[in-house]
Structure formats: structure tokens, C-alpha cells
Design a protein around this ligand. Structure first.
Ligand code: HEM
Length: 454
């Protein structure tokens, strides 16, 4: 029976580089240990095994609801998302809830949001400063937040919408500290601490959410949004979800559904703007597919190079760098015998950077996705198996709508001395300094044309 290798160091030694310089740390570990290594995390009773061979990812993603629990591995998110969050549920309850949440994020329901995604991006561009450096991440975050608020609540404006948006942005900004991934820092240690401010902001957002849940329950008002679906859902005993359960699911969708996509878009601009030829090819494709000048969502969705570009963005800069499961029985994974209770993690980042899968892996090359199809355990920015992100199709679609609109309506460039590096924002890994860009020119005529038409 073989043991997984790993540095015999105290967690405090490995934790700091893991939190603050995760990619160089993971690169160094992968160099030393070719397919898997162990690491101790403070919140986990047993050392975790980090796998970075695609075959091991395939084995882990094939595990059933009783073999491995992701909810247990995601426990660090509990104070923010709550016990009933899809990310924290396991077993039967997880599968039931997941089935309920999937349909609004797929197929026709999803495409019905395309025009709104384009219009919101155009409106945002209309307010971007010209010929000066500005951090684009927060603008992208505002667009994706508006989109997800519409999908989840079916509302696009109004007082609740504005107040909730403001609170959520505040919460997410406060929650970006890597230290909050450690249980010790998830405690209220007085009114001056960041956790205290976060707890208060969460409480205020919760009040708004509960008020909206009560209002919708009482009025019977329903739409094509996710809250409507959840309000009408019944369990096997015919019981509706409680207000607390509804709150946890709504916060999960709001949190998981916009910062991730905004971060991927920020990285996207980092790479697209670095290549004049790629930008030109993407614009040509939009033209050829008839997506210009009107930016019809169904035409944008047909663009193969744009699709390949979104996939390459998520390969090179996976927003979430690893996913985890806690094994519920002893089992063999990647050739190693592991005990019950072992946290088995899959490093998305390291698999995406394997030269045997992706030659010249640090190069941004969307064409690799035109030349080849990758298996779900080779390209895995959304995790996999029964826990794969329910927003996969939605996020890829939204990325294409927003990137196409930016390419068509704004001439952006990277600023001089604007080099960015990876920084941790909670569980996501984003470009530093809010991803600075400069807008040289805005195609305002076209934006106004569109406004006149709508
Ligand atoms: C580029 C954007 C996104 C990325 C990179 C991303 C990534 C991920 C990852 C890595 C997981 C964990 C999967 C696993 O454990 O195997 C996940 C789960 C999840 N994501 Fe996303 N996500 C994105 C967008 C979204 C969107 C738009 C939504 C919803 C509107 C969403 C909702 C969720 C939910 C609810 C889960 C939990 C699924 C479960 O446990 O069954 N995500 N996501």
C-alpha cells in the first residue's frame, strides 16, 4: 500500500504561501510530486490529498453521493452561505435541490437573458472614462451582479434591487480577505474587526432577502425567476422550503453566480488585449456571423473562436483553483489507498497547466480548443461529476455576450506599467489592482442607435 508523498511541515508553514502566493506554491509542489501530494489545512482533521493527474480527477468526479461529500469540503463557506446552501448540502438533499435549480440556468430560459446582458454591458461602457486608466473589474462585477439579480429575483430595478446590490458588493469586498478561509478568523472579535463588519452587512442583506421572501409568499407573485421556482417547490412530504432555506440558496446563487464570471472576464481582457491579432480575428468573426452591428445574442452564441477564447481564459486562469470531496469510505484513488474521512482535492490549476495535456501551457492560445476537444477531467474550471457547477452553461454564455459587446463597442488597451498578477479574493483568484485598462475610443453612435431602437 503506497502513501501519498508530501512535505512534513506544520500547516502554518505551507498555509501562508498557499493563501497568498497559491500558484507559485502549487507549481513548486507539482514539480516535486508529479501526480499527487498531501497538505494539512487547519480546518481539516486529516491531511488533504491534492491530485493533479487527470485520471485521478476522473475517478473523483465519478464518485456517487454516498461515496464522497463536497459539502463537507466546502464547510469554510458556511458562515456566509448557510447550512442549506447547495454548496454545503450532501447526499439526497443535495441532488433534490440541484435538480430544482438547474432549469433556469439552461436552454431557452438562459438565452432569454442574452439581450439584457448585451444592453447592460453597453450601458456600462457608456459610463467608462475615456483615455485614462481605470479598474475594469468592478464594472464587470456590476454587470454580472445585475444579471444574476434579474435571474434570481426577476427584478431589474427598484429600491430593493439598488439596496441589495449595494449591500452585496460591500459583503463581497469584505469577504475577499484570504484569512477568512481560516476558521479562527471567522469569529466576531469586536466592532472594529473586518469579520464584525461583514457579519453586520450580511445581517442587513438577510433582512432584505427575508422581507422579499415574505412579500412574495404573501402576494403569490410569481415570474420566470429562481425565487418563484423555489417558493413553489415541495419536498416528498409536500412541505415548502423554509425562509431560512430560501435565504441560503439565494445567497449562494448571488455569491457563486457573479464574482466568478466577472473575474473570468477580467482575466479575459488581460489576455485578449495583449494580442492585437486575436482581437482582430474575434471582431472579424462577429462580422462574419452577422453579429455586428446589432449584437444579436443568437449570432454571438454561434461564434466558435469566441467560444474557444472563453474556454482558454478559464483554462489558463481558472477562477477557482481546486475543488474538494471528503471520502465517506476507504477507497483507492490515483493508485493510492485512502482512509475514510480523507479530503481529496482536485487541482484545476495544475491539471490545466500540464504540458502533456496542453503543450506550451503558459501560452494563451484559444486555437487549442478549435483543434481539439478536451474531456471533462482535462478541462475542469467548473469542477465535475454530480457537483459540477450548475452555472457552467450560463457563465460561458454570459462571458461571450459581455466580451462580444466590449469588443464591438469599446477600443480598450492595457495601460503602460499595467502588469497584473494573481491575487486571492476569498476563494477566487483574480488579477491584481482591479485589472486596469484604458479605453481609447467608445463606439457611442452604435450604443445610441441601439438605445433608440429599444
Ligand atoms: C466563470 C464562472 C464560474 C466558475 C469558474 C464557477 C466554478 C465553480 C466550481 C469550481 C464549482 C465547484 C464544483 C465542484 O465541486 O466540482 C462551482 C459550483 C457551483 N456553482 Fe459555479 N462557477 C461559475 C459560475 C456560476 C454561476 C453563473 C452560477 C449560478 C448562477 C454558479 C453557481 C454554482 C453553484 C450553485 C455551485 C454548487 C453546485 C453543487 O454543489 O452541486 N456558478 N462553480
Amino acid at each position: 500500500m503506497s502513501r501519498v508523498p508530501g512535505l512534513p511541515l506544520h500547516p502554518a508553514v505551507t498555509l501562508l504561501p498557499f493563501l497568498y502566493r497559491p500558484f507559485p506554491f502549487l507549481d513548486a509542489m507539482a514539480k516535486r510530486y508529479p501526480d499527487a501530494f498531501t497538505m494539512r489545512f487547519p480546518a481539516m482533521p486529516k491531511p488533504a490529498v491534492i491530485f493533479h493527474h487527470p485520471d485521478a480527477a476522473k475517478e473523483i468526479f465519478a464518485l456517487g453521493p454516498d461515496d464522497a461529500h463536497a459539502g463537507q469540503a466546502n464547510a469554510v463557506l458556511r458562515p456566509l452561505l448557510g447550512n442549506a446552501s447547495l454548496l454545503l448540502l450532501d447526499g439526497k438533499e443535495h441532488l433534490r435541490q440541484r435538480k430544482l435549480l438547474m432549469p433556469p440556468l439552461h436552454g431557452e430560459r438562459m438565452s432569454s437573458y442574452g439581450a439584457r446582458m448585451v444592453a447592460l454591458t453597453e450601458a456600462s461602457i457608456a459610463a467608462w472614462p475615456e483615455r485614462e486608466r481605470f479598474p475594469v473589474h468592478e464594472r464587470l462585477q456590476a454587470i454580472t451582479l445585475d444579471v444574476i439579480l434579474r435571474v434570481v429575483f426577476g427584478i431589474g430595478e427598484g429600491e430593493l434591487f439598488d439596496r441589495l446590490r449595494e449591500r452585496l458588493v460591500g459583503i463581497l469586498d469584505l469577504a475577499t480577505s484570504p484569512l477568512f478561509l481560516l476558521p479562527w478568523f471567522q469569529k466576531d472579535r469586536g466592532p472594529l474587526t473586518r469579520w464584525n463588519r461583514l457579519a453586520r452587512a450580511l445581517h442587513e442583506a438577510d433582512e432584505m432577502l427575508y422581507a422579499e421572501i415574505r412579500r412574495r409568499r404573501a402576494s403569490g407573485e410569481r415570474g420566470d425567476d429562481i425565487l418563484s421556482l423555489l417558493l413553489d417547490a415541495r419536498d416528498e412530504q409536500g412541505e415548502p422550503m423554509t425562509d431560512g432555506e430560501l435565504r441560503d440558496e439565494l445567497v449562494t446563487l448571488l455569491a457563486a453566480g457573479h464574482e466568478t464570471t466577472a473575474t473570468a472576464l477580467s482575466w479575459g481582457l488581460r489576455w485578449i488585449l495583449a494580442s492585437t491579432s486575436l482581437r482582430a480575428r474575434l471582431l472579424r468573426e462577429l462580422e462574419t456571423e452577422g453579429a455586428l452591428p446589432a449584437l444579436a445574442p443568437e449570432r454571438i452564441a454561434r461564434c466558435a473562436l469566441l467560444d474557444a477564447t472563453t474556454r482558454e481564459i478559464l483554462r489558463l486562469q481558472p477562477v477557482v483553483m481546486m475543488v474538494g470531496r471528503v471520502l465517506q469510505r476507504p477507497m483507492r484513488i490515483g493508485g493510492y489507498d485512502l482512509d475514510q474521512g480523507t479530503p481529496a482535492l482536485v487541482s484545476i490549476y495544475l491539471i490545466h497547466r500540464r504540458p502533456d495535456l496542453y503543450p506550451d501551457p503558459t501560452r494563451f492560445d484559444p486555437d487549442r480548443f478549435l483543434r481539439q476537444r478536451f474531456a471533462p477531467h482535462e478541462w475542469l474550471p467548473f469542477g465535475g461529476g454530480i457537483r459540477r457547477c450548475i452555472g457552467l452553461a450560463f457563465a460561458l454564455y454570459e462571458m461571450k455576450m459581455i466580451l462580444a459587446t466590449i469588443l464591438a463597442r469599446a477600443e480598450l488597451r492595457l495601460p503602460l506599467f499595467g502588469k497584473v498578477h494573481e491575487v486571492r479574493r476569498g476563494v477566487t483568484i483574480a488579477p491584481s489592482r482591479g485589472m486596469p485598462v484604458v479605453m481609447e475610443r467608445r463606439d457611442s453612435n452604435r450604443i445610441h442607435d441601439r438605445e433608440d431602437r429599444s
